[in-house]
Write a protein that binds this ligand. Structure first.
Ligand code: ADP
Ligand code: MG
Length: 240
């Protein structure tokens, strides 16, 4: 579903991604872990074309991600993204946020979009918050709305960039449950996270990224319990 081949990216003289390659199969959940500044967010942003990679190729379900192409908008619409900071539109209700993409981008009739949005609100456990504005919701609730908003576009894959890092501890669990449900339903997911419990339970594979390179990858039972690389061991000792 997601194929990253020898992707490199510099910011000025700084080489942030060094010929990175990995794939995420349909229905697979891959967690990307690694120290701050290792290039995790940049990688995710390149995958959905928010950032342009310098060389190598990225494709989503066979469609090439090329930010200079006219088709980048339609490729981007196939990939849902949830950020660390819930960036809901503050002047729109939860429901308004969720129907915006389907109505504006997918040209869904409003009534149908609303019906689908209500189903998504049920799914994320917030059916009673349809008319609430983001400022009236907790961080965890906003993040679940952000997930519902991404799902409303019926994406082929979902990218998460530390979706629970900015949340109060007591709201983290509700968000992780929604993500687990999504994984169980077969959504293809690429997740940057420091939640090692989530990685251990839900990921099919974990990639350890350091200084723009994947140093180690494997099933969580291997990588998290018996890391082979010294830097992976160091990192895990610090976060676990
Ligand atoms: P991570 O998400 O793993 O913490 P990032 O991908 O955010 O890492 O950043 C990787 C490196 O790239 C960092 O050194 C960061 O400062 C740098 N960087 C990220 N975005 C930009 C940008 N837009 N311009 C310049 N440098 C950037
Ligand atoms: Mg980051």
């Amino acid at each position: 579903m997601i194929e990253v081949k020898e992707v490199s990216k510099c910011f000025g003289a700084l080489r942030v991604l060094k010929s990175m390659s990995f794939t995420v199969a349909r229905g697979e959940v891959v967690c990307l872990i690694g120290p701050s500044g290792s290039g995790k967010s940049t990688m995710l942003r390149c995958v959905n074309g928010l950032e342009r990679h310098d060389s190598g190729t990225i494709s989503i379900d066979g469609m090439t991600v090329d930010t200079t192409s006219k088709t980048i908008g339609s490729v981007r619409a196939e990939v849902g993204m949830v950020f660390q900071r819930f960036n809901l539109f503050p002047h729109m209700t939860a429901l308004g946020n969720i129907i915006e993409g389907p109505v504006q981008v997918r040209r869904r009739p409003k009534a149908a979009a609303k019906e689908e949005a209500m189903a998504l609100l049920h799914k994320v456990g917030l059916a009673d918050k349809a008319d609430s504005y983001p400022s009236q919701l907790s961080g965890g609730q906003q993040q679940r709305i952000a997930i519902a908003r991404a799902l409303a576009m019926k994406p082929r894959a979902m990218l998460f960039d530390e979706p629970t890092s900015a949340l109060d501890p007591e709201t983290v669990g509700d968000v992780l449950v929604v993500m687990e449900d999504l994984a169980r339903e077969g959504m293809t997911m690429l997740v940057v996270t420091h939640e090692m419990g989530f990685a251990a339970e839900v990921a099919n594979r974990v990639l350890f990224l350091d200084r723009g390179e994947i140093l180690e990858e494997g099933p969580p039972s291997e990588l998290l319990r018996r890391p082979q690389n010294e830097r992976t061991r160091d990192f895990l000792q610090r976060v676990l």
